[in-house]
Every structure is written in structure tokens, then in C-alpha cells.
Design a protein around this ligand. Structure first.
Ligand code: FAD
Length: 404
């Protein structure tokens, strides 16, 4: 029995999509993710000929994008249910690859392109079938957690000096500065959802969100970052040297920035919850199979009581994470009433569960768990990164608590 068998209410279409994405996760994502993880130089992950591009090509062929388009015939609830299923299965396949593939077609930047009303941006980034790659650029060299803690006093402090600032100049904005080496997809993205500070006296609260085509003059990138987990998801700096964009590319200006950041955190944390439930389930599935195969003391290790207890503890965590993350993801993505504290509870809980379950899987595998010949140590590293990714769990919890 697998953890998804409990879900009685999946429609035939949802089960079919789940099966399709699961097969893709098993046959394409998992082997390619393992290959990418073993590449020593992160530059090789994004180089021409890297398995990363095979993953994108095969993802494009899946055709699941139609279930996520703004102009879909599906109701918001139907779309939200399908998105939760897709994210969980992609997480089961490979966390880093799942997240990078989700940025195809501009990812979340497509919605901002539509909000600008610019036909140029809509045609390029929000037209079905486009092959652009998006990124979320918010973290700066001097600012990580403080860009996200919109509930804390520093968020309104005009004295805080941002590293990336947009200034109004006639009908344009001019962007100067840089985003940190932590921007996911930074080295390969073709468009950024740039969360920057707009010159003025309102601190981070006076920020803006711009759709920035990354082929504009004055933009350059850093080298891909070397890190311990999710190595298929590249990170890198983006530098802005007097980059000029028409003012309509600034999809959100000062008055709307805090609300927009609130919505972004709601949306992203909800997806992180379901994605890392999939990661936890992958570690559980591998540990369960191993417990039945590995013979010690003349019997499969599952017949030893402490192994049974460990496996059941993992199972319980995966099931509770799955039930909660799906519920939150569907609620928050199906309408306009998204609740940030639920999203943060899902992200922080499910990423912690993913790490705990993956760590238990390593223990279950014994010495083999520490070997790169076996898959579980990589899942543990992937899960570890998620507790910092898109906001450290403790910092997000402070933001979530402000809504209670
Ligand atoms: C895998 C991965 C993917 C990422 N993807 C992106 C991306 O796509 N785009 C992007 O812009 N960024 C991205 N990031 C960056 C990420 O959002 C930041 O790393 C995160 O917000 C933390 O910022 P920091 O690293 O500067 O740590 P800091 O903010 O310097 O925090 C350091 C420590 O201090 C603690 N701390 C800081 N402030 C407080 C506080 N007020 N209260 C309590 N504790 C506090 C933190 O919890 C942490 O333990 C990614 C990071 C990772 C790991």
C-alpha cells in the first residue's frame, strides 16, 4: 500500500495525471536527477549537453502544462487539485529538478506579465507553449530573511540599504545593483520576477515587482553556486548595471508590494508543502522496500521490532504531511482567500518531515545509507536545503505567527 491509496476522492482524470507524472518522475526525473547530483562542477549542470536539458525536453512532451494555464477550462478547484498532485509527484521524483521544471513557460512570472498589460511581455512569457524559464529574484547579498519578514518593524525602515534598487526616470525604471547567488535558475533563466526596492523613503515596504527579460543590456550573471542538496536546481547572482525597463514592466509598485509579497509567500509555501511531501514519500518508499529486502540475523530487517517502529513512524509523518499539504495547497490556490499562516505551516512542517524521514531512511539503510551508490543520502541533502529555501523555517514561522 502506498500513501496515495488513502485518497478515495481522486477523479479518473486526476488518477491518470498522477500516473503519468509518477511514471515521468520514476523513469526520467529520478535517474536524471541522480546524474546531475553527481556532477562535480555545478557549471556542468547548466552546460549545453547536460541531462538537465533532456529533462526539460521530456517535461515539455508530457503536456501537463495545459492543466496549469490561466485560460484553462478547468475550475480553480480542479486546477488546484491537479497542481497539488503534480507537485507531489515531481517532488517524489527529484526535488531540485521538480522545482526547476516548474519554472518552464516563465513559471510564476507569467502571471506578472499578464498583470503588466504589456502585449510584448504577454506574448513572450504568458503564451501557451512558450519555452521561457523564470526565476524569483528577491534575496540580496546583505538581505535574506529580512526581505521576507514583512510582519517585522525593519520592513518599514527607510534606513535599510537594499542592494538592488529601481529608480523612476521619465517613462522608464532604471535598475542598479544585484541579487544574491541564491536566485534559483539565476544562471539559466530568461526572465526574472524581480522583487526590488523602489527608490524612496519606505524601506522594503516600498518595493516593486518587475518583469525583467534577462537579455536586456546591462544584465550579467554569476557562476552557478556549489551546494550540498538539490544540485539539479542551479542558483546564481544576477547583476543589473543601469538596466532600463519601460515603467509598465513594473507589475507591482510601492502601494501594492507588501500585499503582493504576502500572496507570493502564500502561493510558494503552499507548493513547497506538497513538493516536500513527495520528497518524504520517496524516502519512505525506498526505506520500506529496503526493509523487506535486507537480511540480517537470518531474516529481513523489517522483522526486527525497532525497524518496524521506525518504518511506522516514517509512515505516520508522510501521511499527516500529505493530508495537510494537499488541503492547504488546494485551498490557497483555488481562490482569492489564500491564508499565509496555513501555507507557512505546510512548508515548515513538510520540509521538516522530509528531512526527518530521509534521515530515518539513511539509518534504515545502515552503512549503505551513507553511500552515494544508494539514493537516500541525496534525498536527505535535498530535504535539508528545503529548510532554508524560500525562507528559513524559523523566520517563516515568525511571519506566520503574526497572522494568528
Ligand atoms: C535551495 C535554495 C533555493 C533558494 N531559492 C531562492 C530563489 O529562488 N530566489 C531567491 O531570491 N532566494 C532563494 N533562496 C535564498 C533563501 O530565500 C535565503 O537563503 C533565505 O531567505 C535565508 O536568507 P539568508 O541565507 O541570507 O540567511 P540569513 O537571513 O542571513 O539568516 C541566517 C540565520 O539567521 C536566522 N535569522 C535571520 N533573521 C532572523 C529573525 N528575524 N528571527 C530569527 N532568526 C533569524 C535565520 O533563521 C538563519 O538561521 C534559496 C535558498 C536555498 C537554500
Amino acid at each position: 500500500m502506498s500513501s496515495v491509496d488513502l485518497e478515495l476522492e481522486l477523479t479518473d482524470v486526476e488518477r491518470e495525471i498522477q500516473g503519468t507524472v509518477h511514471r515521468f518522475a520514476e523513469n526520467v526525473m529520478r535517474p536524471l536527477g541522480q546524474q546531475l547530483d553527481k556532477l562535480h562542477d555545478p557549471q556542468d549542470v547548466v552546460a549545453a549537453g547536460s541531462p538537465l536539458w533532456d529533462a526539460f525536453d521530456q517535461y515539455d512532451e508530457l503536456g501537463i502544462e495545459e492543466f496549469q494555464r490561466e485560460d484553462s477550462d478547468l475550475t480553480p478547484i480542479q486546477m488546484a487539485r491537479i497542481q497539488a498532485i503534480i507537485c507531489e509527484e515531481k517532488g517524489w521524483g527529484d526535488a531540485g529538478l521538480g522545482l526547476t521544471l516548474g519554472s518552464r513557460g516563465g513559471g510564476f512570472v507569467a502571471g506578472f506579465a499578464i498583470a503588466t498589460g504589456s502585449s510584448e511581455l504577454i506574448e513572450r512569457y504568458a503564451t501557451p507553449g512558450n519555452r521561457e524559464i523564470g526565476c524569483w529574484a528577491i534575496t540580496e547579498p546583505d538581505h535574506g530573511s529580512d526581505t521576507l519578514t514583512l510582519s517585522e518593524p525593519h520592513f518599514n525602515d527607510p534606513g535599510i540599504k537594499a542592494n538592488c534598487v529601481a529608480s523612476r526616470d521619465g517613462d522608464d525604471y532604471v535598475i542598479r545593483g544585484q541579487k544574491s547567488s541564491w536566485v534559483s535558475n539565476g544562471p539559466i533563466a530568461t526572465v526574472a520576477g524581480l522583487y526590488c526596492t523602489i527608490e524612496g523613503d519606505r524601506g522594503f515596504r516600498g518595493g516593486g515587482v518587475a518583469v525583467v527579460p534577462l537579455d536586456l543590456p546591462g544584465i550579467s550573471r554569476g557562476k552557478p553556486l556549489d551546494k550540498i542538496g538539490q544540485r539539479a536546481l542551479c542558483q546564481g547572482e544576477i547583476f543589473f548595471d543601469e538596466v532600463r525597463i519601460p515603467k509598465e514592466f513594473m507589475a507591482v509598485e510601492q502601494d501594492g508590494y507588501a500585499d503582493q509579497l504576502h500572496s507570493t509567500l502564500t502561493f510558494m509555501n503552499s507548493f513547497m508543502g506538497v513538493t516536500f511531501t513527495g520528497v518524504a514519500r520517496s524516502a519512505f518508499d525506498l526505506a520500506r522496500a529496503y526493509a523487506h529486502e535486507r537480511i540480517q540475523g537470518g531474516k529481513p530487517i523489517i522483522e526486527h521490532q525497532s525497524v518496524k517502529l521506525r518504518l511506522f513512524d516514517m509512515y505516520r509523518k508522510v501521511e499527516t504531511a500529505s493530508a495537510y499539504a494537499r488541503k492547504v495547497s488546494i485551498f490557497n490556490n483555488a481562490g482569492d482567500a489564500g491564508q499565509l499562516h496555513y501555507a507557512i505551516a505546510a512548508k515548515t512542517y513538510c520540509t521538516q518531515v522530509a528531512f526527518d524521514v530521509a534521515s530515518s531512511a539513511v539509518q534504515m539503510f545502515g552503512g549503505n545509507g551513507l553511500s552515494r551508490e544508494y539514493p537516500v543520502e541525496k534525498i536527505m541533502r535535498d530535504a535539508r536545503a528545503s529548510m532554508i529555501e524560500d525562507g528559513c523555517n524559523e523566520v517563516l514561522s515568525i511571519v506566520g505567527a503574526a497572522d494568528l
